[in-house]
Design a protein around this ligand. Structure first.
Ligand code: TYD
Ligand code: MG
Length: 459
């Protein structure tokens, strides 16, 4: 018989304690420890998954085998029907994988998954389990999205045990669970959405997916600061974690991969939200680089690398005389520590000081750039803003700046140059080691070696 006891669980890392504490000793987060009533029934979620496993070949065999003997041919990737979504997943849906889709309310997670189901069910068996919406609501949405719904199998259910049982009878290729926060596992006393329910529910679904070969998509909510609600172990146990974000311009949604066991991370897919659901944006550079005819000082286009493809975005910098003792350094879309480092490098190695200036940096379109190739364009934009001299609209740049003032090459130099040429840029500032050996017709390539070389580019 299961005993019920009170435990204190950190909602950030999932660590358990016997008494309440203000700061979690495990992860250092403050105010994340809350009281939870927990049943001591061992591994309730795991039991739910294994109960439902009868009837699947290989479910009993947890024996040891040779890695080379593992059959790979029988598991081709399924296409979600969206090329953008497939690319973010690393080339399609892997059988037996668990994908967590996070995002703010209204980001379009349910819409994306329903559209995916609509496309998948043409050739594959899919089960859509909704815990948040009623069957009528989903049917209404499907009608509005003009989805052929006669082959879509759907259930409204919030019990993980029942879902596993249902799926083992139905035997779909893909199972969709919307959302993990409303699901509950029997044997755990705490409320749905609590740390222990989310953790056990996700663990049960993961185990079920691994042993049956059904690909599982789980929707997860995010908290106010943009991280997935629930313990971090939720992200550890899934194979792929993607976030659907609405940018500052609410028309577009970016699907960003944060973790992927089967493909590149930092991959993004761009969608436009229309009155008939999400539509893929095949050429995102075109929307992020929608610039005015005459460009102002401080604006420059740059090529970043997102996952497996180049992305062209506009970078803006503003220098303004500081009226207080502490100049402000503010960045949106890039790392502010990197900006501070760059300002020091410019000062020490190019004799260009902004110590009496407030500096603001923004990446247009709400794009987040983590690629170090933003250093050179950032330095050029700062120079342009400070000197109040606009950079020609046909100019684009990329390159990393080192602490000793050298300009370092970045990966995929050739592909970045080709993409810039394709988008009509005629003047490309590149690190010396990334300069192509052959001349590109009609394009001026400006190779730079040291940060001091940047001073003369816009003169
Ligand atoms: P939804 O998928 O319900 O979001 P989530 O599941 O992430 O909470 O998306 C709802 C939002 O999408 C809502 O703001 C309205 C918008 N939307 C459209 O603009 N067009 C449509 O065709 C649909 C279905 C939704
Ligand atoms: Mg939803």
């Amino acid at each position: 018989m299961a005993k019920v006891k009170s435990v204190y669980i950190c909602s950030s890392c999932g660590a358990k304690f016997l008494r309440w504490q203000g700061i979690c000793p495990e992860c250092g987060e403050a105010g994340t420890i809350t009281e939870t009533v927990e049943s001591t029934a061992p591994n309730a979620g795991a039991k739910a998954a294994s109960r439902a496993l009868t009837g699947f070949a290989g479910s009993s065999g947890s024996g040891i085998t040779n890695l080379s003997a593992v059959d790979l041919t029988s598991r081709p990737r399924l296409s979600s029907g969206f090329t953008e979504f497939d690319r973010v997943l690393g080339g399609g849906i892997v059988a037996g994988s668990v994908v967590l889709i996070g995002g703010n309310p209204g980001a379009g997670k349910s819409t994306l998954l329903l559209q995916t189901v609509g496309r998948l069910c043409q050739n594959h068996k899919v089960l859509y389990v909704t815990g948040e919406e009623s069957l009528q609501q989903v049917a209404l949405r499907a009608a509005r999205l003009q989805i052929q719904s006669n082959t879509i199998r759907i259930a409204a259910e919030t019990s993980i045990d029942a879902i596993c049982d249902m799926a083992s009878v139905e035997k779909p290729e893909v199972l969709i669970v919307d959302s993990i926060q409303v699901m509950h596992v029997s044997g755990i006393e705490s409320a749905p959405g609590s740390v222990s329910q989310v953790r056990e529910g996700a663990a049960a679904l993961t185990q079920f997916a691994k042993r049956t070969g059904i690909a599982v998509f789980m929707v997860g909510h995010v908290t106010k600061d943009g991280t997935l609600a629930g313990p971090k172990i939720l992200e550890h146990c899934v194979d792929c974690s993607v976030i659907l974000e609405a940018g500052t311009d609410m028309r577009y949604r970016t699907l960003r991969c944060q973790k992927n066991r089967f493909g590149a991370v930092n991959e993004i897919g761009v969608f436009a939200m229309t009155d008939v659901g999400l539509k893929e944006v095949k050429n995102p550079s075109a929307i992020f680089l929608n610039r005015q005819e005459s460009v102002a000082p401080g604006s420059l286009a740059m090529v970043t690398w997102e996952g497996t493809r180049p992305l062209l975005v506009e970078l803006q910098a503003l220098c303004d005389i500081c009226l207080y003792s502490n100049p402000r350094r503010l960045t949106l879309g890039t790392d502010s520590n990197r900006l501070s480092m760059l300002l020091s490098v410019l000062h020490r190695h190019a004799d260009f000081s902004l110590s009496d200036q407030d500096v603001f940096v923004n990446i247009v379109g709400g794009v987040k750039v983590e690629d170090t190739s933003a250093d050179v364009p950032l330095a050029l934009a700062l120079l342009s803003s400070f000197n109040n001299r606009p950079i020609d609209k046909g100019t684009i740049a990329f390159g990393e700046i080192g602490l000793t003032g050298e300009i370092r090459p970045v990966p995929y130099g050739q592909e970045r140059i080709s993409e810039a040429v394709k988008q009509g840029f005629v003047r490309i500032v590149v690190p010396y080691d990334n300069a192509p050996r052959k001349k590109v017709q009609g394009v001026e390539i400006i190779p730079v070696k040291r940060v001091s070389d940047l001073l003369s580019i816009n003169n």
